[in-house]
Design a protein around this ligand. Sequence first.
Ligand code: SF4
Length: 377
Amino acid sequence: MNSDEDTQITRTVDAFGGTVTNYDRLMTEFGISPIEEILDKLLKEKRHYYMNRDILFGHSALEPVIEAMNKNKPFAIMTGIKPSSPEYHIGNLVTCNEVIYFQKHGGKVYFCIADIESYADGRLPLEQAENNAIENIADLIALGLNLDNAYVYRQSQQKDVMQLGYLLSSHATYNMMKAIYGEHRLGVYNAAFIQVADILLPQVLSGPIPTVTPIGADQAPHARLSHDLARKKFFQDTYKFFLPGFTFHKLLQGLDGSDKMAKRNPMSVLTLYETPKSLKKKIMNAFTGGRITVEEQRKLGGRPEICRVFDMYRYFFQDDDKKIKEIERTCRAGELLCGVDKKNLLAIIKEFIQNHEKKRQDALPKAREVVLERLDG
Ligand code: SF4
């Protein structure tokens, strides 16, 4: 690969900054296949609505997982959270929904509490990471994660991850890392080896098994590094790894119209901890595809393709494809107006957060027990 190609990859995606500039190029450069290519192999009743809406847009090496799902055979789901905050960011909900979907179809979840990463990123003390992790796990239980079929671990205490990360790094070269991630500090590359070790951990603990790791598109470089290393002779001879499978989803854009939901810009982000007041402020000020005046909107119709309110329905708050199409149709026809639509959405999210909070409170003792027990064990 020449240096021009290196630069091109670096501009398309930043795995550590959470950005993607061009999805088509990303797919070509990182060998991501369109999800449509595999959908006809998956039983219709086992599909997730994300697969129909250009949200879960791509996969790599997912075939063994699809086969396991169709034949009710074992497979693993790898996921995790960086416990940098007790508040559950709605961007995480996309991955969470996919994880719960795969778990409902028979997969065992391996859940990493990525405390090393939160320390490396923001020097978050490990005890604080532990407290945040309890809150995060309570959120996941409330959202539907079944802990009876899950293995929760803390990155800093999982020796297999450390050992495998070290072995992986010894099979990578600087040029390889630079080609995949662009130019970074060595510590950043080190974090990538730890992530790949997490991705391969289910197969270290259970033996070779089909695995899926649902990720945002910005994480595509980790998928590529996982494949490049897992297929090397040493790892095939030693562990006989299945190439880990990945699903890729599109990143949520900022509620306020910005490109990205970013914590430093509170109006761009939604969490499951919003108060009724902050929720109302964020939804009623969300960026829409509406027109300047009501008359214009009735005449020209709205533009759901750029609307963050419509994104909320598409990603989280309307799982019925027919109803989504109806919102889209009435928007484009100018029958649905933004003020009304925002109020409808506000009522739905308000109820969702209220119910979620009740479930989360109920789940806290279980989350504390599981996290501390697994951390001690
Ligand atoms: S009517 Fe709804 S979907 Fe259409 S642009 Fe307005 S807020 Fe968005």
